[in-house]
Design a protein around this ligand. Sequence first.
Ligand code: IPD
Length: 273
Amino acid sequence: MVDAVNADLPAPDELLALAVEIAEEAGALARRRRTEGVAIAATKTALADIVTEADREVEDLVRARLAQARPGDGFLGEESGAETGTSGITWVVDPIDGTVNYAYGIPQYAVSIAAVTGEPTPETWEALVGVVHNPAVVETFLALRGGGAWLAGRRLAVSQSGDAGALLATGFGYDPATHAGDLARLAEVMPLARDIRRAGAASLDLAFVAAGRLDGYFERGLNPWDHAAGALLVTEAGGVVSGLPGGRPGRDMTIAAGAELHDRIAETVYRPR
Ligand code: IPD
């Protein structure tokens, strides 16, 4: 049974169907462009932070489809920015999460689409639906607020990591000034881990936690579009997602795992140094 967030809002399962349809169409475009060869269009916050022509084209497609289907909704996208809506719904979109993987031809990138209600900021929004689609392997992870997280008709559940330690993922962002701190934090978390992955697409890291393919994930420096859909996947799969102690996931920190492991990662990350 899906929670009623607000009687004036559309049925969340209609939003989910739309998000899945658009994510898969956008993913097919990204995959096609990948086979044709990828052009770097610009650098953004740092030399390593790139945007490809495909990122822009895919975001344009998602934005146009959403505007056509739901003209009153707001939009917050990685490449084309924010537009306030009138319906109470905002779509939070990363057209190609894992752009560096995409540019290098590594099949670990995703179209991430979430519909949220409330102020379009992760500190306060309520995510209604979240879809993370990896076009390279044609997998669509989806979550509906109060309705679970799903992959190919199978309900997802976060793992319970055992005595061998947790399979953890993290990331390092693009700003070289933050790398020393990120590596120090990783060293402190390492005793909890059986091994570490740095796969390069935060939305898929979160989707993999939801699916039990990873036991946990933590990263500093994420943008709203990196975690909007994936965080809902994790909570709907029975996990916990947080940011700074007691807070929402965000740029300062995102931690995702089953409840017990989540708390052990959080204690380690925030232990006074
Ligand atoms: C990036 C990826 C990466 C994470 C970065 C993100 P982008 O997103 O999710 O795994 O470490 O912080 O910015 O730039 O490829 O959309």
